[in-house]
Design a protein around this ligand. Structure first.
Ligand code: ADP
Length: 660
């Protein structure tokens, strides 16, 4: 069909075929015309002359609120409102939505009256989608914890997200337009060149681990992914880079590595010290290893030990400081800071010990003594043996704050437990060694002591065999009996020792007069030990006690025998019985060789013989047994003496007592 452009039909046909959706209404809003594009957009063909204002099925405001048909832009224009353009959303019969920009305009007749309106509809759905997508992307980029940055091929920063701000410390305003070099440590600038040349070739860089510089100059480990950015023509115009801060990961890896290293160290040190039996060696190995693993400036191991006489000694080993650094300072154990460790209460770890409320409480130093190495970071770990006894402590110091961490505490605790076992073993080994040496010494001594009276008895018997002289016979029979008594005493002591060791020393308590017992004993001694007189003094007529008579006699015999034995130049020893409200005290005094002060406690231990009497026979058992007997009666035995000025032994028995 050919149509003349001067004909109205020409324009109508043109409008009908136009790809731009359009329709018209009369003054009442009744649809008078719409084209194909409008029908396609609405998804329906409204009825001309019947449908009003708009051909769409349902209409909404852009925010999703429904819009009544008589409120649609076309209706409002017909009511006289002037509108440039408006955005609406329509729903089509198939429920799909379309975003539209509408341009309703009034139509006037020749008389200038509003006779209807026309409307043009532009589908902006795809544009809206793009906008939405880009909003979502922007939100994702903005909220990412990773730094997402784009830059030109010349390295000029063009975009910068919040993640980047958080990781590198610069705000967007501070970096846009600047060179990316501000983030690169100077020694790694060559790396950026390599990255850019890869990008120019279109090669993406994935998870490249490197180091970058923050605004505050801190170096942080990051993982980089850099991709080329292309323009619409596909030309590479820049690079987008995602940088992930991997400090935490690094820290965790480092911690894992340290934990593995610590475990290795704990097991290695455990092995080393379990093979060692020398205390000083163990202390030193443990101090060195723990000082190293904690990063302490210096470490010390204080070890409480006892010598044979039960005296407390303190050994210590040091690492990171010369012995002179501590030697003159002494070791105050009872200060508020130290005592929790020596009492085994708890581990003390402080980032700054000077801020601890207990610091500086104790005089005279009120803090670190003068000349002490500077200590700010402090850690002290008690070393507790398997029996629960605190055997020492490991101490660490550092002049800087915050050096010691939980993992250090854990490692040192493990090593401390192993050290405790090793030290226990070493102590047991030492004990066994000493006991063994004592046993050998004792066997030699006992053989000698037993042999001497036997030899004398044998000589007496030989003389008796040869002589008929009654006087001589009597003398040698008496001598033999004396020696047999001595032998008996020795063997009894040996028996008693084994009973004490086995906890089987029996006590049979009876009431007896100690004065009578003393007088009987003196009588016996008068015959057997003629060299000395025993002077008895007692202010009362009777001294009644409840005790094991035989054992008390054993103690008295032993003390009197010793008094005579160890005063070879004297003629007399003194025995005194005293009674008080609380009990009785027995004193045996001699004018003999005396005992050095440092030996006065030791002579009551097993097998101990003082050094001043090498020529006087004995087994070192008598006083040990005497102490055992007296203590079983809940009494006390002791000595006062000065070398060369005799000795005064005493024991007391409480009036009311029960034997143990
Ligand atoms: P023993 O006399 O058999 O050696 P003891 O246990 O009775 O054993 O005495 C232990 C040590 O104490 C003696 O070896 C001696 O060195 C010292 N001792 C005991 N009594 C006296 C004393 N009265 N005077 C000096 N030393 C004494």
């Amino acid at each position: 069909m050919t149509i003349d452009p001067s004909d109205d039909q020409y324009y109508k046909e043109l409008l009908l075929q136009s790809p731009i959706a359009a329709y018209t209404c009369d003054a009442q809003g009744v649809l008078t015309f719409y084209n194909h594009a409008a029908a396609a957009l609405w998804g329906r063909h409204p009825e001309i002359g019947k449908d009003r204002w708009c051909g769409s099925w349902k209409i909404f405001h852009p925010d999703g609120r429904p819009m009544a048909l008589d409120e649609c832009p076309m209706a409002r224009v017909l009511q006289g409102t002037e509108l440039q353009q408006e955005e609406i959303v329509i729903e089509r019969p198939d429920h799909s939505l379309r975003s539209l920009l509408v341009f309703p305009r009034p139509i006037f007749n020749a008389a200038g009256q509003r006779s209807g309106a026309h409307n043009t509809l532009v589908d902006i759905s795809s544009h809206k989608k793009d906008e939405e997508r880009s909003t979502i992307w922007s939100a994702i980029v903005a909220s990412s914890g990773d730094a997402i940055i784009s830059k030109t091929l010349e390295g000029i920063i063009t975009t910068w997200n919040r993640g980047a701000e958080k990781i590198f410390g610069y705000t967007e305003n501070e970096v846009i337009g600047k060179k990316i070099d501000i983030l690169i440590p100077p020694d790694l600038l060559a790396e950026e060149k390599m990255i850019i040349s890869s990008i120019r070739e279109g090669i993406r860089i994935d998870h490249y681990q490197t180091t970058r510089l923050t605004k505050t100059g801190q170096l942080i480990p990051i993982s980089l992914t850099v991709s080329p950015v292309k323009d619409k023509q596909g030309r590479i115009v820049g690079a987008s880079k995602i940088a992930r801060d991997i400090s935490v990961q690094h820290r965790q890896e480092e911690q894992l590595r340290q934990t593995a290293q610590s475990l290795e160290l704990v097991s290695a040190i455990g092995k080393i010290i379990s093979e060692k039996l020398d205390v000083n060696d163990i202390l030193q190995k443990v101090t060195d290893a723990t000082t190293k693993v904690t990063g302490a400036a210096f470490g010390a191991f204080f070890y409480n030990t006892q010598n044979e006489a039960g005296e407390a000694l303190m050994l210590y080993s040091l690492c990171g400081a010369p012995r002179e650094a501590f030697e003159h300072l002494g070791m105050p154990r009872n200060t508020a800071i130290f005592s929790p460790t020596f009492n085994g209460e708890a581990i003390l770890r402080s980032d700054d010990i000077r801020k601890d409320p207990r610091y500086g409480l104790n005089s005279p130093n009120r803090g670190m003594p003068q000349g002490h190495l500077p200590v700010v970071s402090y850690m002290a770990v008690p070393v507790v043996s398997t029996s629960g006894k605190v055997i020492g402590g490991l101490f660490f110091g550092h002049p800087k704050p915050g050096v010691f961490r939980q993992e250090h505490e854990d490692v040192v605790s493990s090593i401390a437990s192993q050290a405790a076992v090793a030290l226990d073993n070493s102590r047991l080994f030492e004990e066994v060694k000493t006991l063994n040496a004592k046993k050998d010494e004792f066997i030699a001594l006992a053989s000698h002591e037993l042999k001497t009276p036997l030899t004398t008895i044998k000589s007496c018997l030989q003389i008796l065999q040869k002589t008929d002289d009654e006087k001589v016979r009597k003398l040698f029979v008496e001598k033999s009996i004396n020696q047999a008594d001595k032998l008996n005493l020795l063997v009894s002591d040996l028996f008693d020792i084994s009973k004490v060791e086995a906890g089987k020393l029996q006590m049979t308590v009876e009431r007896f007069d100690l004065l009578v017992l003393a007088q009987d004993l003196i009588e016996t001694f008068r015959h057997s030990r003629e060299s000395h007189d025993i002077a008895l003094s007692c202010a009362v007529q009777e001294v009644w006690v409840a005790a094991d008579k035989q054992r008390i006699e054993q103690v008295l015999t032993n003390l009197l025998n010793n008094a005579i034995k160890y005063s070879p130049g004297a003629k007399r020893v003194y025995l005194q019985l005293q009674q008080s409200d609380t009990g009785i005290t027995v004193t045996v005094k001699d004018e003999g060789i005396g005992i050095a002060p440092d030996e006065q406690k030791k002579i009551f231990t097993r097998f101990y013989r003082a050094g001043s009497n090498p020529n006087i026979s004995g087994l070192g058992l008598g006083l040990y047994l005497s102490r055992e007997i007296i203590e079983r009666h809940r009494g006390h035995i002791g000595v006062q003496s000065e070398p060369g000025k005799g000795a005064t032994f005493y024991f007391n028995l409480p009036l009311r007592h029960e034997t143990r």
